[in-house]
Design a protein around this ligand. Sequence first.
Ligand SMILES: Cc1cc2nc3c(=O)[nH]c(=O)nc-3n(C[C@H](O)[C@H](O)[C@H](O)COP(=O)(O)O)c2cc1C
Length: 177
Amino acid sequence: MKETPRSLTIEGRGGIDPADESDAHRGFRSALGQFATGVTVMTGVSPAGDPVGITVTSFNSLSLEPPLILWSLGRDGGSFACFQVGTAFAVNVLSGDQKPLAQKFAQVGIPKFDRVETYRGLDDVPLIAGCVAYFECHVEARYPGGDHDIVVGRVRRLYNVGTNPLLFHQGALRPLA
Ligand SMILES: Cc1cc2nc3c(=O)[nH]c(=O)nc-3n(C[C@H](O)[C@H](O)[C@H](O)COP(=O)(O)O)c2cc1C
């Protein structure tokens, strides 16, 4: 029988201090990074009525009937108070030439929608121009999951534009070759 690759035990870990990242934490991130994903920006409207948007790679399909999707929302982000149950939001699936937008919408404390072309979606949620697909949703449920909440969205309307997507793999953003 073949030997398994070097493993890391991460059970029993407490809080994670980014300044003192342990081997186990780095190993967990690195192994997760082997799972290549697309890149999305989740857009919505804050309780104060301002547009919000965050870069998210944890997006996935959940159910065909009813049409449900899910993603995870970090507890430490400024947008944690947004995306409440019953509110509208949109999944903007980024195209291969939208890496600068992925980087912009991952930043904290900047005006993210400056010089970003948008369309007005359902319930005034901004849709970012030039994406490969859009899913307009409302939040069906939110479940706590460690340092994130799992957000379940029910899809109300979608657009499948179908051009080349942006990918995220091993910490790098790049277009599909
Ligand atoms: C490639 C990449 C993927 C990310 N995926 C997620 C994610 O799935 N969920 C999440 O909450 N934050 C994710 N983030 C971090 C958020 O984009 C970031 O914390 C957020 O934009 C902070 O903005 P806010 O303070 O306005 O909420 C990701 C960042 C990058 C660069």
